[in-house]
Write a protein that binds this ligand. Structure first.
Ligand SMILES: *Cc1c(COP(=O)(O)O)cnc(C)c1O
Length: 249
């Protein structure tokens, strides 16, 4: 039976509806690119959403969430501890991380997608090695060169990745980027293609620890189709799942 939410005049309203609609967008984009929908994971970006909203999206099927501010991650952690402990959801840090906040992040997160310096990688690695655990990390690359964006420049990305991959306590799983903020789809796609080429170069290098660096975390609410066409294996989506965020203030 068709759901009343199927018509454009009556857009999906609940988090569960929107989550399903985003998953359908991802699946369609994967098929259009000749890829298997199961090759693309949906990471739900939960910034500004309270713990109740996060629990709602996990109930709707989300298994991977991303926080971009340490303070928010720490604030929500107690209310999500049961879901993390029983493996219902994994948490990735997707925003800029300062070295002195590493311990706070490691208490909850199983992955950090925003590694952009050797110093940060070393801080994460030494802590993990001491605890006898392994952290999944991605190197964040600033493919667009926009000054407002974090990440290592494309020219230094392969070198940093090999350094990170060699550190004990870290598992380099891939690469992350935020697409260019531009209406020019070709430009946005070129940035995603750049990240894919960096991934291919690092994988082909055969350098120690690079053998699992397959993931491409790229694409958000506005550009996930372009990212999937260029090989994204993780898309990070906030607005399309939760609705527009209130302005930060
Ligand atoms: C907020 C955020 C996203 C999701 O962006 P939307 O446009 O809301 O889908 C993805 N990645 C990072 C790093 C973010 O901070």
């Amino acid at each position: 039976m068709p759901s009343p939410h199927d018509t454009p005049l009556d857009p999906p309203r609940t988090i569960a509806d929107r989550y399903a609609a985003v998953r359908a967008r991802i699946d369609a984009a994967a098929l259009a690119a000749g890829r298997a929908p199961t090759d693309v994971q949906l990471l739900v970006a939960t910034k500004t959403q309270d713990a109740a909203a996060v629990r709602e999206v996990v109930a709707a099927g989300a298994t991977l969430i991303g926080e971009n501010r340490v303070q928010e991650l720490v604030a929500k952690a107690p209310d999500l501890a049961d879901l993390v402990a029983d493996g219902s959801v994994r948490v990735h840090m997707i925003g800029h991380l300062q070295r002195n906040k590493v311990n706070q992040v490691l208490a909850t997160a199983s992955g950090v997608e925003s590694v952009d310096s050797l110093a940060l990688a070393e801080a994460l690695a030494s802590r993990c090695a001491r605890e006898g655990r392994t952290l999944d990390v991605m190197v964040q690359v600033n493919v667009s060169g926009e000054e407002s964006k974090a990440g290592v420049g494309p020219d230094g990305a392969a070198h940093l990745s090999r350094q990170v991959a060699a550190l004990e306590g870290l598992r380099l799983t891939g690469f992350m980027t935020i697409g260019a903020n531009s209406p020019d789809t070709a430009l946005v796609r070129a940035g995603f293609e750049r990240l894919r080429r960096i991934r291919d170069e690092v994988l082909a290098s055969g350098a120690p620890g690079t053998g699992e660096a397959r993931e491409l975390s790229m694409g958000m609410s506005g550009d996930l189709e372009a990212a999937i066409a260029e090989g994204a294996t993780v898309v990070r989506v906030g607005t399309a799942v939760f609705g527009a965020r209130p302005p930060v203030g």
